[in-house]
Design a protein around this ligand. Sequence first.
Ligand code: UDX
Length: 484
Amino acid sequence: MSDQRAVSPHVLIFPLPLQGPVNCMLKLAELLCLGQIQVTFLNTLHIQERLRNCTGAEVYFKRYSNFRFDTVPDGLPEENPRTADEIWNLLQSIDAVAVPIFRCMVTSGVYGPGSENPVTCIIADGIFTFAAGIAGEIGVPLLYFDTISPCGLWTYLCLPKLIEAGEFPFKDDNLDEIIRNAPGMEGIIRRRDLPSFYRTNDVNHVTIQLVLKEDKHIPLAQGLIFNTFEELEAPILSQMLNVCPNIYAVGPLHAHLKTRLAAETGPEAQPTITSNSIWREDSSCISWLDTQPSKSVIYVSIGSLAVITKDQLFEIWHGLVNSGSRFLWVRRPGSVTGLDSETEEIPSELSRGTKERGYIVTWAPQDEVLGHPAIGGFLTHSGWNSTLESIVEGKPMICWPYFVDQQVNSRYVGEVWKLGLDMKDTCDRVVVEKMIRELMESRKNEFLERADEMAKLAKASVSEGGSSYADLDRLIDDIKFMNI
Ligand code: UDX
């Protein structure tokens, strides 16, 4: 390691350029700025442009003299969608175009050891296996921050064990077979609860090879950062210590930021926190929620990457309408495949009589929506940010996972944390109706009580004296005093 003592701490954060990862990494960045650390946030031009057009994030961060955005191209044509089925192209393009520029920046360029402003620590998404080599090249510590759930990441890290034990590839099509070689998950995870791409059964499949490559690089980091809290995932975090002894569980980050900002500005001031949305939020839904009875509305959103078919749209629509529940539904642009036109989206026989019960937006101020008293439940794809936001606001969930860590998250919400219902692998109007009635009517109080208990634990963890609060203080000190 070259001598870092002479320079002031300067962290470069390189997120996976997608809504979910960028959202929580920006929360971490702001928390490090509050800790008096200099932060450079390396966005792709595509994400930076979307942030600039949809929120005031760029203006918001100007309040921090120790924060700057920098950008690299992701190499994809601007018109390319960055959705679930494009991720492989995005990763290959980042490797080919963004990584050489990033390497140049931190080795011989503007943030290199010989520059005015050398980087002294790199925080990168765990999927960026290139970061380990580049951090080693310039002799600075690397902290991997996998923005998916630790329980989801643990199923990645256990893959070599599953292969060795003959549990992967799956020997037959019984998806309810319990997985036995994922330590800390005994009796919890079935085959169907593993990440959806484990169903490919082809060990040479590109996504399986990507997971195995990540497995080799995660242990090379000098520390692992997680957006979770001890009280939620202690069994998994203790397993992770076998991969890396230096773990910082600092989440829920969005709640942690609120706590620290309130401490800065005084509890009476409501600190305004920027939204990091890359779609324009339609806040008219808040005024609509203001007219709805308490805990009467189910909020429906499938995050920023998942896509659904026209048939699935109709099944959810029929289930929602037949449940009789009020609903606020996010229809993200491009999230429904196979539609002939906008008008075809809403079956005419179903659009009558639901205007006063249902409200549809293309993108919502989700954190504000989940905190609204009218929201009684969340039909979600189980993305990790959405899951944590629902936990903090004490809102029970119906989980309909799409891919990546979402299958694991939905299993933990339903079976381990008991915060809702797991609707994985089903999209049927009768099941949707039944689960909404169960969550919003027959088992409403049971779920609200559980969710309220977990919300209290989440908020305590990010308050002074809490586990996440202490881990963030340790992270800030370790970066400041370079003792990573
Ligand atoms: C992706 C993966 O899907 C997810 O599994 C992984 O854990 C993180 O990366 P995404 O699909 O975008 O994330 O879901 P999620 O993690 O929930 O992030 C979505 C973010 O968008 C949340 O912070 C949510 O608050 C925000 N959002 C969503 C809005 O602000 N408005 C909306 O209408 C919908």
